[in-house]
Design a protein around this ligand. Sequence first.
Ligand code: PMP
Length: 492
Amino acid sequence: MRIPLNRQSHIPLYRQIETFLRQSILSGSLPPDTRLPASRQMAQDLGINRITVENAYAELAADGLIASRVGSGTYVLPPYPLPYLTGDAHSVPWPLWQQEMHFRNESAKKTLPDEMLKAAGHPDPISLAEGIGDSQLFPVKDFRKAIQSVLLSGDVATLEYGESNGYGPLRSTIAHILASQGLSARPENVIITSGSQQALALVSHLLLKPGDAILVESPTYSGALDLFRSLDLKIAGIPVDEDGMRVEMLERLLQQHHPKLIYSIPNFHNPTGVCMSSQRRRRLIALADGYNIPILEDDFVGDLRYEGRTQPALKSLDPGGRVIYISTFSKMLMPGLRIGFLVAEGPVYDSLVAFKQTYDLATSNLIQRSLEAYVTVGRYQTHLRRSCQIYRKRRDALLLAIHRHLPANAHIVPPQGGLFAWLHLPAHLLADDLLPLACQEGVSFAPGRNFFPEPPIDASGLRLNFVAQTPERIDEGIRRLGKAIRRLSLQP
Ligand code: PMP
């Protein structure tokens, strides 16, 4: 075997031999079961002392790369079979700490409808379960140009962490967009976050401790419930009807649970698609103020309105500092940006910025600057108008398809905007029972159970996404859903 040795180097010869052999084994040029020359032979070939070769072999043997077989010689060993690399997860037991661990987010792990849909193996699956808009509408080309322009600008600050509260010019743009929607916010009250999910996490981590109560709409966004559960919060639900949170029940719940925070999605609520009436919004603000409880307003798709009158944001009714507002570019532009933001006033703002710094130092500076290069208020409004036009047609397609393909006693509240509609199955049918049949027919939806913080659960409710598919596919998806409902109704 020829091993290039540098006798002038300060690196000892045994180390040079070891490094050469190690690289050859790891790169595969010395495959498993290759017999290495006997140390005496190798020493002769290289014109060195046998001990030097033995030292090199000993290092490799200690690392499990080679082993000597009695009477036969020294051989390259096969790579150590790490269970997670071979995919054979159960051949070697996990370390004890992993076996003993009770993971706090156990409840967050559930089978996702789209995984079930995939597993059902339909040749042309249609997902109505997703939580996002149509990826075909994402302004990819323009955004690519924006990223290029930022990278080519030569501004080294782009490559640094940037401010923890977010890139100043993007905070100004956000303030302008909010102003165009009737919410006045100053850039210095905006914090840019890694998606609005992080904004939710920052606010709840900062304001609540394990055991504290939080009041949420019931049903509500399942990702928020997972977060609140992971923080060991007590979650109390307020029912929702066609006008949003049933605020008339709020005072009793405030007295009963003494919550430290009220979390609300007043516009095009996830999962039901309903909007809170403006009367209820005012009552909610007044009650929260009276009981001295902060409100976390999640306005994830507030600007995707297809008809009807815009209601004032809770934040715009807030005389100052009571409401923390969060929103996102995920639904309007692209979820992959991971850009959300929050608006807060008062001492809580600085604490949230400090928390943001603790958690991830700052949101991606490159993406923030690219977004700022892409989003002018005018461009945002143009993109918004186009999306609304397209999504409105899809909403209409959904309503028509429900009328055509579903039994008359399947009930839906027509949404005036947003991404979702909530369907009530005929009373005796359960969404969980329907899902496997629907997946077999080639369509998925989000079953209602995941959205409820506590019983009573509306187990005959389910969420349909009507924006991610074309009108033709929505019609086909609902036709398949109708077939699955008929099959379920016939089951004994
Ligand atoms: N709020 C609601 C109501 C949502 O539905 C979602 C995501 N589906 C989020 C917040 C978080 O979204 P993101 O982190 O992408 O902004």
